[in-house]
Design a protein. Sequence first.
Length: 493
Amino acid sequence: MPLPASRLGLVLTLGALGAAALAPAPLHAQAKPAPKSAAKAAAKAAAKAAARVAGPISPATRAAAAKLVAAALADTTGFARLGYVTDTFGPRLSGSAGLERAIDWALAEMKRDGFERVRGEQVMVPHWVRGVERATLLSPRETPLHILGLGGTVGTPPGGITAPVLVVSSFDELKAKAAQARGKIVVWDAPFTSYGETGLYRRIGAIEAAKAGAVASLVRSITPHSLQTPHTGSMRYDSTVTRIPAAALTVEDAGLLHRMQDRGDSVVVRLELADTTLPDVPSRNVVAELRGSERPDEVVVVSGHFDSWDVGTGAMDDAGGSVAAWQAVKLMKQLGLKPKRTIRVVLWTNEENGTRGGLGYRDQHRAELEKHAVAIESDNGVFRPLGFRFQGTPEALATMKQLATLLDTIQAGRMEPGPGEADVGPMLALGVPGLALDVDGERYFWYHHTAADMITVLDRDEFNRCVAAMAVIAYAVSELPELLPRAMLGAGR
């Protein structure tokens, strides 16, 4: 039974009920007392209504939240575990041995932690492999350029591709200069505005360049700050145009080529990519539970993605989110808390280049999604938490805003409408409410998808605050008297 649209409506309703109760009953009603079963049902309904009017946060929930915050802020084991994951297993791209070893280790550790129903849920994932990659400026002078092939790119022919360069700053500029692009390497030098907007040049740049007859596509790395660090990431092809090689170039090198072109220099580059796509391989979502004490069939998902790109060690993106989710539930267990609903930890596979983990979970658990209370994911780096973005109905958001006040003590009580994260996206599309941990992301895109994404960019206190935020909000949702109201579940694909 969903929560009310507003507390005001309930107060008015209960006020009316109360007034009716004070009025004398008709004689015939007094002569026929209600059956005991009806009286019990009425009392139960009144108790539920009273609990809803009083708000969603019970004294017991407040006490548990305070304990979780204190335990998280004092903890040293979660951040140490994060360091072990990233240092021991390194990068964890889908299809790699590093990812599968990390998954095996996580499953064993979760069993040692005492979680219930620990298992790996299999999905098939893409297997793209990076080979030797080089880009060299040949004219007007010879010097190496700093690149990373984009995930999913085809390789170049043996010996690479040598071609003149056409630098453009937008899709519109390429359209205007399409006649000049044929047979050239298109370089997209688009300044960073937002990940969603500027990221389009990485995701579909190769498609648009191929439409104009280009032989390769180089995109300025999607970042507002650079120290000659190339940023990789996923890209797409279109079956209607030729698949051309695609790579990311540093901000500095993109600017260099642009200035040379503006001076009228003849700019020539040789690009060599020995990258390849192999057949799909099996991987697993890591799943473990703290079973609900009263409503074990109703589920709160707490999650992060365990895979990463094949450069750096994926500490920020997203081992940090994965371990924070894991640690949040581990602290509940250590404190002896017994949530009413099941808290399910999920470490997703294949977020970076396919989201097959999220899609597989949706398909494997489709029959249970109506009883998923909320799906929480951290995938913005475990920097200082500000609160959460909530994807769901206005009525549910009103309840979540109240729960978020439990995080005011760590300045993380913000709860605003906004999209959930990629892995939980498939189930959110079917109506499951979603929460995305919102953090101070000023530095996130400095390190995003680079060799610099290592634990050195993170801070233990900020990580612990993320653990606290996820633990408190997950536990508070588990204790709500009813599931959050939601839009009607869709059929999905």
